[in-house]
Design a protein around this ligand. Structure first.
Ligand SMILES: [Zn+2]
Length: 288
């Protein structure tokens, strides 16, 4: 704890000189910008599906080595419901919204599937606030992981479907979570998130989600990886049914609110220095 405080204080004082290097990841953590580039290249069809698959497997190979998973797919573990003050009754079609016809993460031309669950808020006037409490609804991390990619700059003229999104690599389950359509994203790539940490707020961003006929929701997909790191969507409805509901989100470590309400990112730790077994992230912090 003391180390943590010292680290935060040091970061505040070093902000002026060090602000531009806040994102200087070590060599092995270039997986974060690589993953974002891969998503954009797939979306814009700058690369072939095979090239995309190879790059994905290379990135995931590095992540899996850095963060070996601790649960197998039959175990649920700690699982927090992805929206605060909500539960599985908010899942579209009682879970029947999940269907796979064709799915290929690497081929943008393949469509017609919905390998995800949509989780709704009550927002008849479509202002993104839940009418029952007249407030925005927090999207929280369901498990322990690292933020792999974010999109924050979606605008009405953007054609892509996900809108503002967050990808999290799940340490324990070893797969990938894709949270989409946020009105606001509050995490940065490389940040470590725990169950219940706020990722953003439910919104209507995305090519279809912005339309009147769409009700305000979170789109949440989970991709399991086989032994060759090939991704396959999993129907995780049973996890949602057994999830713990939390009232209030927590703030992910690494973002501290400084004077004048400014947000600052404390440099993320290189993956290999993190004790993944017990997730005690407060030990062995070392400034690099
Ligand atoms: Zn959806």
């Amino acid at each position: 704890m003391l180390l943590n405080i010292l680290f935060a204080i040091f970061s505040v004082f070093s902000l002026k000189t060090d602000a531009s290097s806040a994102f200087s990841f070590s060599d092995e953590t270039d997986v974060f910008p690589r993953y974002k580039k891969l998503l954009v290249d797939i979306r814009e069809q700058n690369i072939t599906p095979l090239e995309a698959e190879n790059e994905f497997k290379s990135i995931l190979g590095i992540l899996k080595k850095s963060y070996p998973n601790t649960l197998d797919s039959s175990q649920i573990g700690n699982f927090v419901f992805p929206l605060t003050q909500s539960d599985y009754s908010a899942v579209g079609g009682n879970g029947s919204g999940f269907y796979i016809k064709n799915f290929n993460l690497f081929d943008h031309s393949v469509s017609g599937s919905h390998p995800a669950h949509d989780i709704f808020i009550y927002d008849p006037d479509q202002d993104c606030k839940d009418n029952r409490k007249q407030d925005y609804v927090d999207i929280v991390s369901v498990g322990n992981g690292v933020v792999l990619a974010v999109e924050k700059d979606w605008t009405d003229s953007s054609e892509y479907r996900g809108g503002n999104y967050v990808w999290v690599f799940d340490f324990e389950r070893g797969g990938l979570w894709y949270y989409a359509h946020h009105r606001k994203v509050v995490v940065e790539i490389g940040q470590i998130v725990k169950p219940g940490d706020k990722l953003g707020e439910v919104g209507r961003t995305g090519f279809n989600a912005k339309n009147k006929r769409s009700d305000t929701h979170l789109h949440l997909m989970y991709l399991e990886l086989d032994q060759d790191y090939y991704p396959k969507p999993k129907n995780y409805y049973v996890w949602l049914k057994n999830a713990e509901t939390i009232r209030k989100s927590t703030q992910a470590e690494g973002i501290k609110r400084l004077f004048f309400g400014k947000l600052s990112l404390i440099k993320p730790l290189p993956p290999k220095k993190i004790a993944v077994r017990n997730f005690d992230l407060k030990v062995k912090r070392k400034r690099v």
